[in-house]
Write a protein that binds this ligand. Structure first.
Ligand SMILES: C[S@@+](CC[C@H](N)C(=O)[O-])C[C@H]1O[C@@H](n2cnc3c(N)ncnc32)[C@H](O)[C@@H]1O
Length: 303
């Protein structure tokens, strides 16, 4: 297995400063990746502090296994499982969403239209269907819906029709290059500086990994596991993710009144929004993958 692909951590200092408020407490890094945030978090903790990490990716878990520190543990599972930690036991949860650079840059993983490889895109290759397997049987309407909803692609229907027509004529699409070529033939307008397959690849990746559902579940779980004063720090890389995070924080930052019971006590807010941070120009210049990042920080309020 090649392990030379690197990941440059986004908003490293800003995220960890926002997350760690008590060196003696337990933290969760829900997206270990290559451990950029995790290592800095560990450096801020005392011997009583703990860091529990999650990642769906086997290579990320293999990297985590090289950290020999009794305060650290890694779980090979989706971050929606963070709700299994004891209620109120955690002082901060960090979510650095999406894929890591090693996942994108390894052709074998099938995430990128820039390299020829099997059309897989699963973060966890030990479970579930690959994109190629799903596209081999899905209906035109299902494919179009995914590409429209998760890729915001105007040409979702023509792309879906091209995928199914090709399946009927020559068998299912099985590589990233084949899919990128099919999409390029169906997308009729070009966005400057963007490959026509960008939106379709993003959509299929989000769908096959159930990224948005799992994010929603993890956010709900944070309300349970975070102790009062605990921090939620989320870095998103596209508008669909950021909208979920923003709406979640907004929804739980208001006292909720039940209109049908106007004299009942309001449901007290569970979160306080603290900040929204974008990477500096200098960071984006050094790491172009940081350009779309938005970090939101909220604090668990005693309720
Ligand atoms: C952007 S990278 C994180 C990089 C990390 N913060 C670092 O500094 O090295 C995102 C990681 O989260 C993992 N991931 C994405 N969605 C996940 C989920 N639902 N559950 C667990 N891990 C997930 C991916 O496999 C990937 O390794």
């Amino acid at each position: 297995m090649q392990t030379s692909w690197q990941h440059t951590t986004v908003l490293l200092g800003e995220a960890v400063d926002a997350l760690v408020t008590d060196p003696d407490a337990t933290y969760v890094d829900a997206t270990f990746g290559r451990g950029g945030h995790a290592r800095l978090i560990l450096s801020k903790l005392s011997t009583r502090g703990r860091l529990v990490a999650f990642d769906k990716d086997l290579d990320a878990v293999a990297e985590a296994a090289t950290i020999t520190d009794f305060r650290f543990s890694i779980r090979h599972e989706g971050f929606r499982h963070l709700g299994e930690l004891p209620p109120g036991s955690v002082a901060g949860v960090m979510l650095d969403l999406g894929v890591s650079s090693p996942q994108i840059d390894n052709p074998e993983r099938g995430f990128s239209f820039r390299f020829d490889g099997p059309l897989d895109m699963r973060m966890d290759i030990t479970r579930g269907e690959s994109v190629a397997e799903w596209l081999a049987t899905a209906e035109v309407q299902q494919i179009a819906e995914v590409i429209r909803d998760y890729g915001e692609e105007r040409f979702a229907l023509p792309v879906a029709k091209a995928i199914v027509a090709r399946r009927q004529e020559r068998g299912p699409v099985s590589t990233t290059t084949e899919l990128a070529e099919l999409v390029a033939g169906a997308v009729k307008t070009r966005e400057p500086g963007q490959n026509p397959a960008t939106r379709t690849f993003q959509a299929l990746r989000i769908f096959i990994n159930a990224e948005l559902e799992e994010l929603q579940q993890a956010l709900e779980a944070c309300l349970v596991v975070l102790r009062p004063g605990g921090r939620l720090v989320v870095i998103s890389f596209h508008s669909l993710e950021d909208r979920i995070v923003k709406q979640f924080i907004a929804k739980h930052s208001r006292d909720e009144f039940d209109r049908r019971a106007p004299f009942a006590a309001p449901k007290i807010m569970a979160l306080k929004a603290l900040d929204r941070i974008r990477p500096s120009q200098a960071e984006v210049a050094g790491n172009p993958r940081a350009r779309s990042a938005i970090m939101r920080i909220a604090e668990r309020v005693a309720s």
